[in-house]
Design a protein around this ligand. Structure first.
Ligand code: FAD
Length: 376
């Protein structure tokens, strides 16, 4: 079957769903997903946190601009509240962590949502599970939250359909070829003629570029592991008058946060791998338990479940948004790394502006050149 659309978006994770929704405000859009279900890969495997001050300068600006946009999206798309406030306490437990924390406080001073220094005793008062005396320095990010990542993704897909967009699953892009001023996209037996292609294929984005004969941007997928662990005494997580914070080690060697009656733990691993349906390595799970146990003494032994996902970065750890100058109409929307959920609302609006050539919305303090492939 041959059809046509203004834009074909390749990839049905949070990146593809969010930019497809934004583009559908003014364009006819077809979203293609290779799997039979949407959001099977990184999007379904995140820690689902929103942390102002996380990542490189451009990513921090996107996260800051996303904050108010989450509430607007929930209203616009009839979604439940997408953010549930949960502070993040960054702790340093050795010299390396202390140096990293001090550098982070200096670098981010004055930025919206920047971390604020905390006395170690205050950090331990807020996180009652920490072993007394283990914290050498600390800082808190008060504006952080848990994100309902599934509701966010579903809302974007619902909004895309309401705007007349089409979603095709089990429809991987298998070939792309230049046709006149646009592109011909092959998805199995189907052919779609389009003016613009958006490559939102996550860890696979460079492979999709290869199908189109477009130069790669140099993405490296990094495996990251999460385990849900049972607590011998769940009451230890309870905090009077509030929600227990997430705790993040300042040099990113582990993090943990309450999840139901258990604890979500990660060794914050970054193992380079090829794009694939990644599984957790037992050693990474054991490392997470060991590191979190060392600062909490919670008696963590029993793993309820564990998973791994891919966080894909280019070397400067900024997303890649836009086309190579010699390959117009083939737009990357990739390299979201560890922030694809928390930055989605602003990044999608930014990406749609780049694809359509409109000005970037005024609340997003990032200029298109910062994220274009040509900077690489
Ligand atoms: C353990 C872990 C913890 C994380 N924690 C957080 C967090 O707390 N907060 C946060 O903001 N982010 C977090 N992230 C990062 C976040 O999950 C990612 O940035 C985000 O999900 C990337 O979305 P994506 O749509 O680019 O990729 P994906 O969700 O992987 O989607 C890409 C899609 O493209 C499809 N595809 C590939 N090739 C083709 C093709 N040829 N044709 C059609 N479709 C194709 C794939 O099947 C896939 O569904 C975490 C990630 C991991 C792994």
């Amino acid at each position: 079957m041959t059809s046509s659309a203004d834009v074909v978006v390749i990839g049905g994770g949070i990146a593809g769903a969010s930019i497809a929704y934004e583009l559908a405000a003014t364009r006819s859009v077809v979203l293609l997903e290779a799997e039979t279900a949407l959001a099977k890969h990184s999007t379904a495997r995140s820690a689902a946190t929103y942390i102002p001050g996380h990542g490189t300068l451009a990513v921090r600006a996107l996260i800051a601009a996303s904050g108010p946009r989450f509430a607007r999206l929930a209203a616009e798309l009839d979604a439940p509240p997408l953010l549930a406030p949960r502070a993040v306490v960054n702790i340093a437990v050795d010299d390396v962590g202390e140096a990293r924390l001090a550098a982070e406080l200096v670098e981010q001073a004055g930025e919206p949502g920047a971390p604020v220094a905390l006395e170690p005793a205050e950090a331990e008062r807020r996180c009652l599970v920490l072993v007394p005396g283990v914290v050498r320095a600390a800082a808190v990010v008060e504006g952080a939250a848990d994100v309902d990542a599934e509701a966010l993704h579903q809302a974007y897909v619902r909004g895309l359909r309401r705007r007349g967009g089409t979603v095709r699953t089990g429809a991987g892009a298998t070939g792309l070829e230049r046709r006149g001023g646009g592109w011909r996209v092959q998805a199995g037996p189907d052919t779609i003629d389009t003016a613009d292609v958006v490559d939102a294929a996550g860890a696979w984005a460079d492979l999709v570029a290869g199908l189109a004969g477009v130069p790669r941007v140099g993405l490296t997928p990094l495996r990251r592991t999460i385990a849900l662990v049972r607590l011998p005494d769940p009451a230890r997580l309870r905090v009077p008058n509030g929600r227990a914070p997430m705790v993040r080690e300042a040099a990113e060697r582990f993090y943990f946060k309450p999840e139901g009656d258990g604890l979500l733990v990660s060794p914050a691993d970054e193992t380079p791998v090829e794009p694939h349906d990644v599984r957790p390595d037992e050693l990474d799970v054991a490392t997470a338990l060991e590191r979190v146990e060392a600062v909490t003494g919670l008696g963590l032994r029993s793993v309820q479940t564990s998973w791994a996902g891919l966080r894909s970065f280019v070397p400067d750890r900024r997303p890649v948004v836009g086309a190579w100058p010699d390959h117009p109409g083939f737009h990357f929307f990739a390299g979201q790394g560890g922030s694809g959920i928390e930055s989605a609302p602003a990044l999608a609006a930014f990406g749609a502006a780049v694809v359509t050539g409109e000005p970037v919305p005024a609340d997003i303090a990032v200029v298109p050149e910062t994220l274009r492939p040509s900077r690489l």
